[in-house]
Design a protein around this ligand. Structure first.
Ligand code: DP6
Length: 339
């Protein structure tokens, strides 16, 4: 049997400022396992929220997955091993993939709209590729991470990252690239927690329902490239007043598209809306912040580092808010091979 190495990777979570929501319709003859997004996206990688994943030979004859100290044999484990199969297929080795042990720690709430799949699949891709000795460029690894979860393609780099929609049927031009490193701009993302527990509808299913039933889906897709260009220019100029409105509108367009599906998808709760109002009121009062939210009820607020403390305090006082975390721009993902 072919031996494999043991490798450990750390990848940080990211939050999309310009959202990815929706998948390209399958191309005849191309496996839909490619997970190709219908739109490009632009994100900020976050410090402190991260996944650490080790991939190595399994001590038994079978694959094993341990997440946060707990053995898993569920659909999440199946997704993990399927992703290792993709990596193995890319190595060009013939024969079955050797059984692997995957030990992962998420330093963030799993499946609560805080993008654990982004950091999780990015770390799994890097550790898996190193353990299975796949020789691939960072861009190719990003495309591979995308097949596990679209947002994971962006978590390979720190700072501000853009994932291109791409046009090729094989997905090879659908890769992320770093735009600006974490040091480019001293911003903070305030994560305003408004609920506990996992989300009701996974993003993959929510996206598909939008594509099939939302009358707003095509407008959502058609306006995305313009948002990406405007956001990239605003970030280059470190211009929060220019970035904020585009970023908020990308979020609201995505959620409007979801709400218009049938059955409707509403990830927000009442507190989500009240927090958004509080963000706008704070802005009027001179504390400049801009809100976004993902497939969950939490609100994320982008502001300058100098404003973060006062704004966080104000939002924490909002009824129903459970906690406010202030997170800065995070670093590149890293991988280490040790055996
Ligand atoms: C709302 O990357 O979780 O967070 O590719 O189906 O795994 P899959 O989806 P996923 O979707 C992320 C959606 C989002 C916006 C974003 O991160 O761009």
């Amino acid at each position: 049997m072919i031996g494999i190495k043991t490798a450990r990777a750390i990848a940080h979570s990211n939050i999309a400022l310009i959202k990815y929501w929706g998948k390209r319709e399958g191309t005849p003859g191309v496996p839909d396992d490619l997970n190709l997004p219908a739109v490009g996206s632009l994100s900020l990688t976050l410090d402190s929220l991260r996944s650490e994943t080790e991939v190595g030979p399994s001590p038994s004859e079978r694959d094993a997955f341990v997440l946060n100290g707990e053995h898993r044999g569920d659909t999440m484990a199946a997704k993990v091993f399927r992703h290792l199969d993709r990596i193995w297929a890319e190595t060009g080795n013939s024969g079955p993939r050797p059984p692997c042990q995957v030990i992962s720690h998420n330093h963030l709430p799993t499946s609560a709209g805080l993008a654990s799949s982004a950091s999780g699949f990015a770390a799994l891709t890097l550790a898996g590729a190193a353990a299975l000795e796949l020789d691939a460029s960072p861009a190719a690894l990003s495309a591979l991470a995308r097949r596990g979860s679209g947002s994971a393609a962006r978590s390979l780099w720190g700072g501000f990252v853009r994932l291109e929609r791409g046009h090729l049927a094989d997905g090879s031009d659908c890769q992320a690239r770093p735009l600006f490193p974490a040091s480019h701009w001293d911003v903070r993302l305030l994560i305003v927690h408004t609920a506990r527990g996992p989300k009701a509808i996974g993003s993959t299913e929510g996206m598909e329902r939008c594509r099939r039933t939302s009358p707003y889906y095509s407008s959502w897709v058609d306006t995305s490239e313009g948002d990406l260009a405007a956001a990239e220019a605003a970030i280059a100029a470190r211009d929060l007043a220019a970035l904020g409105p585009v970023m908020e509108q990308s979020c609201f367009k995505m959620h409007a598209c979801m709400m218009a599906t049938y059955p409707p998808i509403i990830y927000w709760n009442g507190v989500t809306l009240e927090v958004m109002r509080a963000v706008w009121e704070a802005r009027e009062a001179g504390l400049e912040g801009y809100a976004t939210s993902d497939a969950g009820p939490h609100v994320k607020v982008l502001c300058l580092a100098a404003t973060a403390e006062a704004l966080a305090e104000r939002l924490a006082a909002q009824p129903g808010v459970l906690a406010v975390e202030s997170v800065g721009p995070g670093p590149n993902a890293q991988v280490e091979v040790f055996g």
